[in-house]
Design a binder for this molecule. Structure first.
Ligand code: 3HC
Length: 295
């Protein structure tokens, strides 16, 4: 089956990033969200990233126009009726995803493949909300999607080999490297990364080192681009907490129990860079240690 038209549901940072990558790979893209304002925000983000690429002479301004012209803004799921591949990239809420997939199942052509970028909800559970579990797959991108080279491809219990092969071809055309992963809580990268971040928080709790020193140590000692606390502020403490809860619920092992301070920060609305405060304070425009909380 030839894939030419991809619908992306959710025009937030991840959805917009994936839409850009898909359009740059030559696909026709339908970028959908519930409100015009959300779609336009996503389009503006893509436009801004492409502007930077033009400025750095990585693409020409003609390329920029061609790429943007390939993306059709949408606020109606009906716009996906001719899509060959639909990727859902909304917030982590099973009921919301279920409702979208149930609707798409009735609107989209029977051969269309459905995918979810979920980082925490089992693919088999999402697939079971549709009448096409063989054509349902996990396609997990990493933030920021235009930069990060990896795509985890998660096979639900009924996902067909053909669906996996097609999804791998799409990832390759997007210039991503894919790995096949079984449908287990946290999949692969979040599972391993969460274990490391939990251990970093245990070190903080035991007073082994400060947040800044733990980040510095792991960046310089392991050549990571960001330390564990910087990374949580970057992806959002709400997202990180969700992943942590999924692992704890899924494995029922105390080693995955979400860190209490992370939970408290998230509950109090300190979600990291996007809200100005998380493990660090960004309100001055620069990353600074927090002085209002004693960790
Ligand atoms: N969108 C598009 N491009 C972006 C971008 C964005 N949001 N952010 C940065 N870039 C590009 C820049 O334009 C630049 O491009 P260039 O090389 O062509 O000039 C390049 O990335 C490097 O950016 P900067 O020089 O501004 O900054 P850094 O070198 O500090 O890199 C970073 C920024 C790429 C975010 C880097 O710090 C990094 O790799 N951090 C770790 C990211 C990570 O681990 N992501 C995974 C999170 S976990 C996840 O997503 C799973 C989920 O389920 C929770």
């Amino acid at each position: 089956m030839e894939i030419t038209r991809i619908m992306i549901i959710g025009a937030g940072a991840m959805g917009a990033g994936i839409a850009q990558v898909a359009a740059q790979a030559g696909y026709r893209v339908i970028l959908n969200d519930v409100a015009e304002a959300f779609v336009q925000k996503g389009m503006a983000a893509i436009s801004g990233t492409l502007d930077k690429q033009v400025h750095k002479e990585k693409i020409s301004s003609d390329d920029r126009k061609i790429i943007l012209d390939r993306i059709i803004p949408s606020t109606k799921l009906e716009d996906g009726k001719d899509a060959d591949f639909v990727l859902e990239v909304i917030f982590e809420d099973f009921e919301a995803k279920k409702s979208i997939f149930e609707t798409l199942d009735t609107l989209c052509k029977p051969q269309a493949i459905f995918a979810s970028n979920t980082s925490s909800i089992p693919i088999t559970r999402l697939a079971a909300t549709t009448k096409r579990p063989e054509q349902f797959i996990g396609m997990h991108f990493f933030n920021p999607a235009p930069v990060m080279k990896l795509v985890e491809i998660i096979r639900g219990i009924k996902t067909s080999e053909e669906t996996i092969a097609i999804t791998e071809q799409i990832a390759a055309r997007m210039d991503k490297t894919s790995v096949r992963v079984k449908d287990v809580p946290g999949f692969l990268v979040n599972r391993i990364n969460n274990a490391m971040r939990n251990e970093a928080k245990n070190c903080l709790l035991e007073g082994v080192a400060t947040i800044e020193d733990i980040d510095t140590a792991l960046k310089l000692g392991l050549r990571l681009p960001m330390g564990p606390f910087e990374l949580e502020d970057f992806v959002g403490l709400d997202v990180a907490l969700n992943v942590s809860k999924t692992l704890y619920d899924g494995y029922k092992d105390v080693k995955w129990r979400p860190n209490r301070t992370m939970e408290q920060l998230a509950i109090s609305g300190d979600l990291g860079r996007k809200t100005g405060k998380g493990w660090y304070d960004y309100t001055s425009g620069e990353k600074k240690p927090r002085t209002d909380i004693e960790f």
